[in-house]
Design a protein. Structure first.
Length: 133
């Protein structure tokens, strides 16, 4: 998949690029937002880009699946695990178990959104700059 953006800064082979927020990540909020419809992400700079360059980014086909598993799979697993533990192991009432599950899910979303992963990604999930336009 390809995205287009503008280089905002370059440091140690990593370029920070502002791109238009796509519909698929419109409501996520995990990335650094720079405006109502733009976000900032980091990409491997293999071409020697400079601040202000317009670039085309190339994303690995599986990156969105991996990101979705982190962004939604971990909270879902947290919810289900907490719910089962509260009902089975702690013998809590259903409403107490549901409340605990919602709270731990909110906490997991908080930690994911504040983690270094959410702000900077990881090398294997980071896109590469395919072309300077």
């Amino acid at each position: 998949m390809n995205e287009f953006g503008t280089v905002k800064s370059v440091e140690n082979g990593i370029a920070r690029i502002e791109i238009k927020r796509s519909e698929s990540c419109e409501h996520c909020g995990a990335c650094i937002t720079t405006g109502p419809d733009t976000m900032l992400l980091e990409a491997q700079d293999t071409l020697g880009v400079k601040t202000g360059d317009s670039v085309r980014l190339d994303f690995d086909d599986n990156v969105f699946i991996k990101v979705a598993l982190i962004a939604y799979g971990i909270p879902a697993l947290t919810f289900i695990t907490t719910l089962i533990l509260c009902i089975v192991a702690f013998k809590l009432k259903e409403w107490q178990s549901a409340l605990a599950a919602f709270l731990t899910t909110a906490v997991s979303y908080y930690f994911i959104s504040k983690s270094g992963f959410a702000k900077h990604g990881s090398d294997e999930l980071r896109p590469t700059i395919a072309e300077i336009l």
